[in-house]
Design a protein around this ligand. Structure first.
Ligand code: S3P
Length: 440
């Protein structure tokens, strides 16, 4: 039986000290994928040892890749080369991880063996047509359920995929990366044009492994004429995990916090820009390049926030941070409006509805809209029982709300915090939040 975890947060406190949050989830997935396809041995440091990235790791072990570790975030991947993966004996179970499923669907479409991809209840409800439709245009054969969801039954079409020139209908790094991975096995060129910039870790890491990728404006082009040469990877801290602490320190008087070695790739820093527009006090220190990715230490102190209209161009650059940004908005004086964020409805949960429901229970005036939310901030945050619907980022966001709450908050269904941030409870309590975790 799977265990149920409930978080109980006592109100008040602030965040003080210095910490390093775990490794970036997106880069951890990609380090396994590209390290496995490379020729030679890849060493990874800073790998995220949480369920999502471990699901990707297990999938590649199931396809015959020898991977040592993780031990303290270190891995050794014995790459099998672009054509070295082997048929897995069973279906590949990817848990809660949309990134694993969408990226793997592209990679596996062009292999000389068949695969079945499955996931948990949340992942099995998420839209997969966004990848299977363009892959079908390339000649892939992937069966979904009638609703366009997992399980995905993939018939490997080695040597038969054809490149396409695809304009993505939504800003999605997962769709872009999926098609790039399929393009590495397709005849001719595969181009993907994105409507707005999204995280570019696949492009950067491919280049780091010596695989040619062309970028002209928002169009990325790849073909099968390359190989990956093993390369060491140093994964920085995940800005999406740092975001909980950036918001927590910004809303809790007396806070003074430094987050070390955080990835500040410009396709990920929307949360810093949005918080700064709201009046947050965040300093970016010791900027440096680590393995082709920009990294910095972030120093944040409490600052009174004000409501804003969130610029739509920042939405894809902060897409995973809106649950906790809604908490910042609840604490900000005046109205905050988000629009252009309909993608939030198809994340690990419907993050617009689930956050609006929880904030209302806590007494916050939060009105969901089709593509965003309107929050009247500055009032009191109360206590109550809120449901995270098994969404890791919602569970952590309501924990952070406790810093400014007037009464205890109970958060249901928190086991999935382990998908991205196993150390969350221990870290946030060591920095000053009164949170206990109850298992049943
Ligand atoms: C991710 C891309 C984003 C993000 C997800 C991780 C990735 O999803 O929400 O958490 O690693 O490529 P979309 O591409 O669906 O926006």
């Amino acid at each position: 039986m799977t265990k149920t975890i409930t978080f109980k947060v006592n109100p008040g406190g602030n965040l003080q000290g210095e910490t390093r949050v775990p490794g970036d989830k997106s880069m951890s997935h990609r380090s396994i994928m590209l390290g496995s396809l490379a020729e030679g041995v890849t060493h990874v440091k800073g790998f995220l040892e949480a369920e999502d990235a471990l699901a990707t790791l297990q999938a590649f072990r199931d396809m015959g890749v020898r991977i040592e570790g993780p031990v303290n975030g270190e891995l050794t991947i014995h790459g099998v080369g672009k054509h070295g993966l082997k048929a897995p004996k069973n279906e590949l179970y990817l848990g809660n991880s949309g990134t694993s499923m969408r990226l793997l669907s592209g990679l596996l479409a062009g292999q000389p063996f068949n695969t079945v991809l499955t996931g948990d209840k949340s992942l099995s409800g998420r839209p997969m047509k966004r990848v299977t439709e363009p892959l079908a245009m390339m000649g892939a054969e992937i069966k979904t359920t009638e609703r366009g969801t997992a399980p995905l039954h993939i018939t490997g079409k080695a040597g038969q995929l054809k490149g396409i020139d695809y304009v993505m209908p939504m800003a999605s790094a997962q769709v872009k990366s999926c098609l790039m991975l399929a393009g590495m096995y397709a005849q001719g060129e595969t181009s993907v044009t994105e409507p707005a910039p999204t995280r570019d870790h696949t492009e950067r890491m491919l280049s780091g492994f010596g695989y040619p990728v062309r970028k002209q404006g928002n169009k990325i082009t790849i073909n099968a004429e390359g190989k990956l040469t093993a390369s060491d990877i140093d994964v920085p801290s995940d800005i999406s995990s740092a975001a909980f602490f950036l918001v927590g320190a910004s809303i809790a008087p007396g806070s003074d916090l430094t987050l070390k070695h955080v990835g500040i790739n410009p396709t990920r820093t929307g949360v810093i820009d949005i918080l700064k527009l709201m009046g947050a006090h965040i300093e970016i220190l010791n900027e440096r390049l680590v393995g082709g990715e920009p990294v910095a230490d972030l120093h944040v102190v409490y600052s009174p926030l004000k409501g804003i209209d969130i610029p739509e161009e920042l939405v894809p650059l902060a897409i995973d941070e809106f649950p906790v940004l809604f908490v910042a908005a609840a604490c900000a004086e005046g109205q905050t409006r988000l629009s252009g964020a309909e993608e939030l409805r198809v994340k690990e949960s419907d993050r617009i509805q689930v956050m609006a429901d929880g904030l209302k229970i806590l007494g916050v005036d939060a009105q969901p809209t089709a593509d965003g939310m309107i929050i009247q901030g500055g009032g009191k945050i109360g206590g109550g029982v809120v449901d995270s619907h098994g969404d890791h980022r919602i569970a952590m966001s309501f924990s952070i709300a406790g810093l400014r709450a007037g009464a205890p908050i109970t958060i249901l269904d928190c086991a999935n915090v382990n998908t991205s941030f196993r150390e969350f409870k221990q870290l946030v309590t060591s920095l000053g939040l009164d949170l206990v975790s109850e298992e049943s």
